[in-house]
Design a protein around this ligand. Structure first.
Ligand code: GLN
Length: 292
């Protein structure tokens, strides 16, 4: 099997799932991952012959790709904010929209000397780890309901050489959430895709990514945001903030959850696709009571 042949086989096997451009990009990643070919070789040596063992590895990877298994789960890795992350089926593959949340949060965190940052529903640990990397003076905590996800997140923190304090917690069970830190900055990308929105999702996401990290009931799609608002009320002092990724179809409803919890200063930003995606909720220093 040659380079040229693997590209042709991939286009043939994956044509119903991905565009030709996507397939070519994915094959390049596979070739670099398994064979360690340079990108120049990919273009200049189309007749490069793989060893039998490597041809077998690539054939197997292609087969997985053709069943819709995401490329990042096949190679077991991805990049987020320019950092390397291990991923597997226990964690969501970090999305570019979430990088935008990190960028905004890091910008805001510059105003704090030694902030304590808590990432709720951390999954692969991507938000917590990218923040810890970019804000070395921050103390970063992160939790998730899944022990398996936390194991991946812990390895990712080690891989990126940052200290993040991980703990297991179901934030929907408010009695379980406890921390001795009294002033937190809270970041989160909780599950927010409604079950009814499954029809809009691609098969590779639907069949392979962890449903507990993605989906919420249509009857109560903002349940995680209410839990976040409750934690924020209890564990935030003034001059702090919450930043959350949201379902673009539920921006008004999501901001209302925070207004109902007593937060009045909110900012909404769109992602690169122009969709309502990130909300920053400010907890301002308390106004002085006016004297009658
Ligand atoms: N943005 C992700 C997606 O559409 C969902 C992330 C989430 O539920 N928090 O696949």
């Amino acid at each position: 099997m040659t380079i040229d042949e693997i590209f042709r086989a991939a286009r043939q096997q994956c044509r119903y799932l991905y565009s030709e451009q996507e397939i070519n990009a994915m094959v390049r990643v596979l070739l670099q991952h398994y064979i360690n070919l340079t990108s120049t070789q990919l273009y200049t040596e189309p007749d490069f012959q793989f060893s039998i063992a490597n041809a077998q590895l690539l054939t197997d990877a292609l087969h997985q790709l053709s069943t819709g298994r995401p490329l990042q789960y096949i190679t077991g890795k991805t990049e987020f904010c320019g950092l390397p992350f291990e991923v597997n089926e226990q964690v969501l593959i970090p999305r570019p929209e979430t990088e935008e949340l990190v960028r905004w949060a890091v910008e805001e965190l510059k105003a704090y000397a030694e902030p304590v940052v808590l990432d709720l529903c951390t999954g692969s640990g991507c938000i917590a780890i990218a923040v810890a990397k970019q804000c070395p003076t921050a103390k970063v905590l992160a939790c998730d309901i899944s022990a398996e996800a936390l194991a991946v997140a812990q390895r990712n923190a080690e891989r990126n050489n940052v200290a993040v304090e991980f703990f297991q917690c179901d934030i929907l069970d408010s009695s379980k959430f406890k921390t001795h830190h009294s002033s937190l900055i809270i970041l989160s990308n909780p599950p927010y895709v409604r079950n009814s929105e499954k029809a809009l999702m691609r098969k590779n996401v639907l069949d392979h990514e962890p449903h507990t990290a993605l989906f919420v009931d249509d009857e109560d799609p903002l349940v995680f945001y209410r839990a976040i608002a409750a934690i924020a009320k209890q564990y935030m002092q003034s001059d702090s903030f919450v930043m959350v990724e949201i379902n673009e179809a539920l921006a008004t409803e999501t901001t209302q959850v925070f207004r109902d919890a007593g937060f009045t200063s909110l900012e909404l930003r769109q992602d690169i696709n122009g969709k309502d995606r990130t909300v920053k909720i400010n907890k301002k220093a308390c106004c002085r009571k006016s004297i009658a």
